[in-house]
Write a protein that binds this ligand. Structure first.
Ligand SMILES: *[C@@H]1O[C@H](CO)[C@@H](O)[C@H](O)[C@H]1NC(C)=O
Ligand SMILES: *[C@@H]1O[C@H](CO)[C@@H](O)[C@H](O)[C@H]1NC(C)=O
Length: 587
């Protein structure tokens, strides 16, 4: 009698435990199938449990589909809400986690003794603790991993757990599984060259296009102004600003900019930029160091957009961590949080970034979070451009399960990014072989590119030839393109030739900043998130010029013939094509 009564009570007792904190059983929340490529575990090196760590726990947001729809609507020409961007308070109100979500996570952390170590902000909590305590909170074990290329070590884990009843409340916990490298999208093929490689080229004008023939072999600001048709356009000053994003301890140099302007744009020789440090980033001026990426970016944005103010955002966090500090690997989140905190007056209307990673090396939860925050910038009225990458269809083209697959780049695959591929030459302008493009395995194809990408997939032989190597339902990239080969850049005081989609993104962003400036000067709203406009009005009205020749190359021989051909219409090398400012400005 006694026993059966107990048995009857037992299931009810269990149910009440699993619905309440903190006794619900733990379940794996996120696990990587293997150590990401390029990393190895140092099994003989123990992690000191007293090492400090700041765990960031991002809470599940509400109304994400509604927010994304509102973003697309306000970015779609002809929609009643076109141009009606939001302020951050409005965005936060839509996305704010449900109070039950915040309460559940808070209860869990308090029950584990972290009540005094928490700082809450909007949709995330920071827990300041130690590796040892984090291990018991997340039922995991942190280990030391070494990057085989750089030899640098980092503390990470391959999987972690949270109580089962919190799985729908938690979106992301880092640092845990994010290894990341945030590579500068600099060409691995052409590298940096000395201008003496250029054969003496005729300086005569190509009559029909008015473009200097020397632009066929190397690019100056004048080449871009001629080619993308903004030569002679003088922006009047408005509140418009252009942001350039820097990571990896790359610092744009005033001295190099000034030498560059003096040689290539004497009218603008006094123009400078401002530098904003983020998360302990620096604005170091040390002209003799090799800050190729930063100098390329700032010289070509300032070069095309002056006198529009340019801001260089310098975010600290150089992965992989050098000193086994587990906290230094999240530059994107730090950067995005800083940007979303800016007031409407401080916010630049256009931002270019020339960094990225192989998509499969970034945990999907992290990619989704970063992409959501980029979408919030779009809703604030900011056009966010990223270079597409310099590996064509992929570097070595092996996915994490060992299968041969093309490798997409993140954040270029985020549907709220405008991804910029590369071109070369002016007669005609063609796809450049290193220009990355393809299809995401994390993000599905957004509606705004259904027609353009669907058309490509159903009509082009490449789409069939390579069908086993890419994900036809994924978000396709790049969206557009610009010159990417042999840009004259001053680095450490000398004129160098730099190649990569690292050059394409600032070149395209400068044109967008000019369009934004023109709109604001006329009392209109800035363009904000570009893609719905690019895939409709901008292309239909020929503000984007289709690139139809050239082929990308990649996969180091592991997939024979790997590469995408540029075609009529959208293609995975040059996207929709390159800009024509004279048309874009009046759309
Ligand atoms: C640059 O600054 C110098 C010194 O202030 C001034 O004399 C010169 O006119 C300026 N040049 C241009 C092109 O603005
Ligand atoms: C293909 O992409 C979709 C998203 O569009 C994703 O759900 C799916 O898992 C991807 N497939 C592979 C094999 O990665």
């Amino acid at each position: 009698m006694h026993i059966s009564k107990l048995l009857l009570l037992f299931p009810a007792f269990l149910a009440s435990i699993s619905d309440a904190h903190p006794l619900a059983p733990y379940r794996t929340f996120e696990a990587l199938p293997s150590i990401p490529q390029g990393w190895e575990e140092l099994s003989n090196q123990a992690v000191d449990p007293s090492t400090p760590i700041s765990l960031r726990i991002h809470l599940a947001q509400q109304n994400v589909p509604q927010f994304e729809k509102a973003l697309i609507d306000m970015s779609t020409p002809g929609h009643p809400s076109y141009g009606q961007h939001m302020n951050q308070a409005q965005i936060d109100d839509i996305l704010r986690p449900h109070e039950d979500t915040s309460a559940a996570v808070k209860n869990w952390l308090e029950s584990k003794g972290f009540g005094n170590d928490l700082s809450f902000k909007n949709d995330w909590v920071v827990v300041s603790t130690t590796i040892g305590k984090a291990e018991s909170l997340l039922q995991t074990r942190y280990k030391v991993f070494r990057n085989s290329k750089t030899g640098k070590n980092v503390i990470r884990t391959l999987s972690y757990s949270v109580p089962r009843n919190l799985h729908s409340s938690v979106m992301l916990i880092q640092p845990t599984t994010l290894f990341g490298s945030t590579r500068a999208m600099k060409s691995t093929i052409l590298k940096v060259e000395d201008p003496s490689v250029l054969k003496s080229t005729s300086l005569s004008k190509v009559k029909s296009e008015g473009i200097n023939a020397a632009c066929q072999s190397s690019i100056t600001p004048e080449c871009l102004a001629d080619l993308y048709k903004y030569k002679g356009y003088k922006p009047t000053l408005t509140k418009n600003k252009l942001g350039v994003n820097g990571f990896l301890e790359q610092y744009a140099q005033n001295d190099d900019l000034s030498k560059f302007l003096k040689k290539y744009i004497p009218d603008a020789k006094n123009v400078t930029f401002t530098c904003t440090p983020i998360n302990g980033g620096k604005c170091t001026q040390h002209p003799r160091e090799d800050f190729t990426e930063a100098n390329l970016d700032i010289q070509y944005t300032v070069g095309a957009s002056n006198p529009i103010p340019n801001i260089y955002y310098s975010t600290a966090g150089r992965p992989p961590a050098v000193d086994l500090d587990p906290n230094t690997n999240e530059p994107y989140l730090e950067w995005l949080e800083f940007m979303l905190d800016l007031s409407d007056e401080e916010m630049p209307q256009t931002i270019t970034t020339s960094y990225g990673d192989d998509e499969h090396t970034v945990p999907q939860s992290y990619a989704i979070k970063v992409c959501n925050m980029i979408g919030q910038l779009g809703a604030r009225g900011v056009s966010v451009l990223f270079s597409s990458g310099d590996s064509g269809p992929g570097d070595d083209c092996t996915s994490k399960d060992g299968k041969k697959r093309f490798v997409p780049n993140f954040p270029a695959t985020c549907p709220f990014v405008t991804s910029v591929g590369g071109t070369v030459g002016v007669q005609p302008e063609k796809a450049v072989s290193f220009s990355s493009g393809g299809f995401s395995n994390y993000f599905s194809r957004p509606d705004y590119q259904n027609s353009a990408v669907g058309g490509y997939l159903s009509s082009q032989t490449d789409a069939t030839t390579f069908k086993d190597y890419y994900n036809a339902s994924g978000r396709a990239f790049p969206d557009i393109s610009a010159q990417g080969s042999r840009f004259h850049v001053f680095v450490g005081g000398f004129d160098q030739l730099v190649s990569g989609t690292s050059a394409s993104s600032p070149a395209f962003a400068a044109v967008i900043s000019l369009v934004n400036n023109d709109r604001i000067a006329r009392g209109q709203k800035p363009l904000g998130f570009l893609n719905p406009w690019l895939y409709t009005t901008a292309t239909e009205k020929k503000g984007i010029v289709d690139i139809t020749s050239g082929t990308s190359r990649g996969c180091s021989g592991s997939i024979p013939g790997a590469g995408w051909k540029a075609t009529t219409g959208w293609d995975p090398v040059t996207g929709l094509g390159t800009p024509d400012f004279s048309i874009l400005k009046d759309l």
